[in-house]
Design a protein around this ligand. Structure first.
Ligand code: GLN
Length: 307
């Protein structure tokens, strides 16, 4: 039933070839633009899917809510909130935007905030290598399998990371980062280069929907209180400068990535993921947005709607 529904939904959006794969990371521009997949993972650990379910894509910005959760778990709320706010910026993901005066990034979903939360994962004593391992292990626990880094995509992004380096230098000058900005961007870029499938993404989202416990492995990945914080920030800031459109049209806490992945998490119910590489002007998958709009209206998933 559900796989048929998903296959039909994919068939309906397949003719939409608008948008284009990201090209500011040259390696991403080589993706097959016609790839298309969608999966649902329930809080009982069932996974249903259709289309290109096992093709690997880099996680990119979809890593941000999960690393925010790890930072909250590892350092505590006060330490994280002192360095990264929770206010929607209404700006693009790569905006060089820091709070006036303090220099604190407005939220953990834009790059400025995510470079900072990467630096806050793990305990303070960790060196950059051990911290990256904490991030890889943490995201792997959300997915329920060991994730690997795509070195080619990572190198391609690092060669062109001038904007993220500029952001990291700003963060360093304000004392928000207290380490070498180049090392912080290198770690953050590796985090973004982790390879996942649509199935992994649905399970990662389902772990958020399931109060921080992976529904397949039964592992508690982060505390329940961190999950509430993360889902709240996803619902207000996850879609950057399209957050308002998304909140009204779809109404599911969500996060997009420039490789074409998109996730949503419905608390207590399911994690949803889609993959299609062509992006709109916000850096979000065009067909992913259409699919989420359809899922939300077909199944009454909008959180502001009485079921
Ligand atoms: N690694 C990408 C960047 O920092 C992630 C952006 C995204 O997926 N929106 O630019």
């Amino acid at each position: 039933m559900i796989p048929d529904y998903l296959a039909e939904a994919l068939g309906d959006v397949a003719s939409d070839t608008s948008g284009a794969p990201a090209d500011y990371i040259p390696e991403l521009a080589t993706a097959d633009p016609d790839l298309l997949g969608a999966a649902f993972a329930t809080v009982d650990g069932e996974v249903y899917g259709a289309g290109d379910l096992d093709v690997e894509l880099t996680i990119q910005s979809i890593s941000k809510p999960f690393v925010y959760a790890l930072a909250l778990a590892d350092r505590g709320f006060d330490a994280v909130l002192a360095k990264v706010g929770v206010e929607p910026s209404g700006e693009a993901f790569n905006e060089i935007s820091l709070e006036r005066g303090s220099g604190r990034p407005l939220n953990p979903m834009i790059n400025a905030g995510a470079i900072t939360t990467h630096s806050l994962a793990g305990s303070q004593e960790l060196d950059a290598g051990a911290r990256l391992e904490r991030v890889v292990a943490g995201l792997s626990a959300f997915a329920g399998r060991r994730l690997e880094i795509d070195d080619g995509v990572c190198a391609s992004e690092l060669e062109n990371a001038h904007r993220n380096l500029a952001i990291a230098h700003m963060l360093r000058s304000h004392g928000i980062l207290d380490e070498d900005p180049t090392a912080a961007v290198a770690g953050y870029t590796r985090q973004c280069s982790l390879l996942v499938t649509v199935r992994d993404l649905a399970l990662m989202a389902a772990t958020l929907a399931n109060r921080g416990v992976n529904p397949r492995t039964g592992e508690r990945v982060v505390p329940e209180r961190a999950v509430r914080q993360v889902l709240s920030v996803m619902s207000t800031c996850g879609m950057y400068d399209a957050a308002g459109d998304w909140a009204t049209q779809v109404g599911i806490p969500a996060k997009s990535g420039v490789a074409g992945g998109l996730i949503g998490a419905l608390p207590g119910q399911i994690g949803i993921a889609t993959y299609s590489p062509r992006l709109d002007s916000h850096g979000t998958s065009v067909r992913g947005v259409s699919l989420f709009e359809r899922f939300s209206s077909d199944m009454g998933m909008h959180l502001m709607e009485v079921p």
